[in-house]
Design a protein around this ligand. Sequence first.
Ligand code: HQG
Length: 181
Amino acid sequence: MSPEYLKSLSKFLSLILRHKPEVIGIKLDGNGWADVDELIQGSLDKGKELDLPILEAIVASDEKQRYTFNEDKTKIRANQGHSVKVDLGLEPVKPPKILYHGTVERFVQSIMLKGIEPRSRNHVHLSEDVDTAVDVGERRGDAMIFKVFSGAMYRDGFHFYQSANGVWLTDHVPNKYLDMV
Ligand code: HQG
């Protein structure tokens, strides 16, 4: 199985496990878990070559560690990035003083006005390093980077979470905690 095919399957998994499980006729439970057998069968029905070893290869090789199995590998879920309402059971944790958010020029004015909103996802996504934020922004064009005063937000009572793959999450970043890099 080529790395390219695994990557395209990982994109497909992202669609199913974060946004549209109904595409293959399955449901996620309240914590975002899909039943592995149902996922495999539903995907096969849609012409996707998938079995447990292939899923294991995706979980192990995905460059952002996007997916996690439960202990006995009967369930799988995405670590973050959902638009479907799920409770990942993440505990609030103290963030670093500064986090970063990568976006593009056309969103900057609106972000300065309204802060960073989760838009279609459950959380705003932030990173500890500028390079990751640049990669996130560059998905859409030339990256523009905001510095987020997460330490100050935390002191003011905002909650932060860290997903299993290291992405920092919060509900909303008001504009007073932002600066352009
Ligand atoms: C922007 C990828 C106007 C925000 C990445 C972003 C990440 C506003 C877009 C993860 C706004 C939402 C998430 C406001 C926010 N006005 N625009 N007030 N507030 N925005 O894709 O952070 O590869 O939902 O700047 O690596 O780009 O999928 O969020 O441009 O970790 O695993 O609205 O997705 O990971 O876009 O990316 P997204 P994101 P994966």
